[in-house]
Design a protein around this ligand. Structure first.
Ligand code: 5GP
Ligand code: MG
Ligand code: MG
Length: 179
């Protein structure tokens, strides 16, 4: 692990405390609404699994998979749906669950896309927010941790499809992607 990790940014304990807090807020905010939680694969997998278990109102879940970064550390800017929702979402309250909001291009696309299908509301819960690189006006409604402009791995986030299983968020050593 030390070969690829520069330093740990968010520990397992930090995550545990924050997820509980987010679950409480979401449960309160949606207590009178019929909530569909939409996880964005693959990055949101770990956060989604933790978050839904911290929500104590009835919910349904679904998933979408979109392409963004590919194998490297730079954004392509292109968004493509690789896996769509299983069901229609007309008049449903949607909470998109993301691993990280960086430029915001992915989220911008997803929000427009889900709104155009007639959702009653579309909000966003992200584990991490990197606001310094934003290219759009989107702001997550719920955010775990605001982080500096560095490439992170773990807690669902990959580098070349690796390291998603690390239970914490860490900064990837520059030499790993600059060699
Ligand atoms: P955006 O469209 O906001 O620029 O980027 C969204 C996607 O890019 C995220 O869902 C994530 O897959 C990827 N991404 C952005 N920043 C990072 C990062 O620091 N580490 C990793 N592993 N992926 C990132
Ligand atoms: Mg993502
Ligand atoms: Mg990725």
């Amino acid at each position: 692990m030390d070969k690829v990790i520069d330093r740990v940014l968010v520990s397992e304990e930090d995550i545990r405390v924050k997820v509980k807090e987010l679950g409480e807020r979401i449960s309160k905010d949606y207590q009178d609404k019929d909530l569909l939680v939409v996880g964005i694969l693959k990055g949101a997998l770990v956060f989604m699994a933790d978050l839904i278990r911290a929500i104590h109102i009835p919910i349904e879940i679904d998933f979408m998979a979109v392409s963004s970064y590919g194998a490297g550390a730079k954004s392509s800017g292109a968004v493509r749906i690789l896996k769509d929702l299983d069901r229609a979402i007309e008049n449903r309250h949607i909470l998109i669950v993301e691993d990280i909001v960086d430029t915001g291009l992915t989220l911008n696309y997803l929000m427009d896309n889900l709104k155009s299908r007639g959702a009653a509301s579309v909000k966003v819960c992200t584990a991490l927010d990197k606001p310094s690189r934003r290219k759009t006006l989107v702001t997550p409604d719920y955010n775990g941790f605001t982080i500096p402009d560095e490439f992170v791995i773990g807690y669902g986030l990959d580098y070349a499809e690796q390291y998603r299983h690390f239970p914490f968020v860490a900064v990837l050593k520059r030499e790993v992607y600059e060699k």
